[in-house]
Write a protein that binds this ligand. Structure first.
Ligand code: SF4
Ligand code: SF4
Length: 376
């Protein structure tokens, strides 16, 4: 086992291969405060990539309700339970990763879901946590909560699927860090399905090989964002590139959200894969739950996000850029009330107002002599 540095857990850890970072690393930020579970992303992906035979059950993009939803069934609680205690000391993870917890003779800790585990992709949808007393209709503050968690492959820096493949069929593209399965080399041993703790590789029983999210790389090669990003109704997604923390660039939107403001956090960093999809946590969810999902910086991230409009004009401006361009956003800049997204060459892709102008009409229409309401 090689020793590699995983900045998300603040320490060196064991991995099957040495540290080799791509020239640029695909990354994304999802703002969970805006997702409405419309599943447009799921359908955009389904109709683009997985509408064939043998792919019926596959959801490369899925959206699950937390705390009760999961696809496949209980994938998260199962691996967390197998992993055992997950202690953080400050920003350093002191527990074991899935690589360090590998049983004797195996490359990592994992399990293969049963086929029935894929039968209920929307289980737990909209189910709230906690109870409301009989007869109660409204109570403030609200005693119950839930939120939506959209998930794709994380195109991890230390992919478990890649480490586990006995055929060497899985690789990380050196130009953008996207993780792919070579369909000609794969023999369908399903070690990747067992290994990925996020359960984002899928076995196709028709073709006999495994498949996974490809981050719409043909679009990425034209500087376009993936389908599930551009179709997102809630405008919760932003695609870009991430640097290692010591090379963070304030003008790069992903670096700014992840490294500078630390408002976007990885999903289950304690597993040790250094996933590259980052989440702005929901602001209404109890901290212990967020800590388990996103690590020890959750509370700080929620506070920073909550106060963005008061204290963080640059952050508030950047949040407005989500979903405003189909192109990959390499940089951003603000000037006055305008925030602009830039491509790799520094060309402006789109410019939007930070604050939309608000017009309040008089409550009485003197021309027609009638009162009117200021609703749209
Ligand atoms: S999320 Fe899973 S399938 Fe995707 S790169 Fe990481 S380990 Fe592989
Ligand atoms: S399309 Fe966007 S808002 Fe709708 S479920 Fe997907 S991530 Fe959420």
């Amino acid at each position: 086992m090689a020793r590699v540095f995983n900045w998300q857990i603040g320490r060196i850890m064991s991995y099957w291969y040495g540290e080799t970072r791509p020239a640029k690393q695909f990354a994304a930020v999802f703002d969970l405060n805006k997702c409405i579970a419309c599943q447009t992303c799921t359908l955009a992906c389904k109709t683009t990539w997985t509408s064939g035979r043998g792919q019926e059950y596959m959801l490369w993009n899925n959206v699950e309700s937390k705390p009760y939803g999961s696809y496949p069934l209980a994938y998260d609680s199962k691996i967390l339970e197998m992993l055992g205690p997950q202690e953080w000391v400050g920003e350093r993870y002191e527990g074991r990763t899935v690589f360090e917890a590998a049983p004797a003779g195996e490359r990592l800790l994992g399990y293969r879901p049963e086929s029935g585990d894929y039968s209920y992709p929307n289980i737990g949808e909209d189910e709230i946590f906690g109870t409301v007393d009989g007869g109660m209709s409204v109570e403030m503050p609200h005693p119950v909560w839930m939120f939506y968690l959209p998930r794709i492959c994380n195109h991890c820096t230390y992919p478990a699927c890649l480490a586990a493949c006995p055929r060497g069929s899985i690789y990380k593209r050196p130009e953008d860090g996207i993780v792919l399965i070579d369909q000609k080399r794969c023999r369908g041993y399903r070690e990747c399905v067992r290994a990925c703790p996020y359960k984002k590789t899928f076995f196709n029983s028709r073709t006999g090989v495994s498949e996974k999210c490809i981050a719409c790389f043909p679009l990425g090669e034209q500087d376009e964002q993936p389908r599930c990003f551009t179709q997102c109704i809630g405008k919760i997604r932003l695609r870009g590139w991430i640097s290692v923390p010591e090379k963070a660039n304030e003008n790069n939107p992903i670096d700014y959200l992840v490294h500078v403001k630390k408002v976007a956090l990885p999903l289950f960093p304690q597993l040790g894969l250094e996933p590259n999809v980052y989440y702005i946590p929901p602001i209404h969810v109890p901290n212990p739950f967020l800590n388990q999902l996103f690590g020890p910086l959750s509370e700080q991230a929620v506070q920073t996000y909550r106060n963005a409009h008061k204290n963080e004009p640059k952050l508030a401006a950047l949040i407005n850029l989500f979903g405003c361009t189909p192109k990959t956003v390499a940089a951003f800049k603000t000037k006055g009330n305008i925030v602009s997204a830039l491509n790799d060459n520094g060309d402006t892709l789109v410019a939007v107002p930070v604050r939309e102008p608000v017009a309040v009409r008089p409550a009485f229409d003197t021309q027609r002599g009638v009162p009117r309401m200021n609703v749209t």
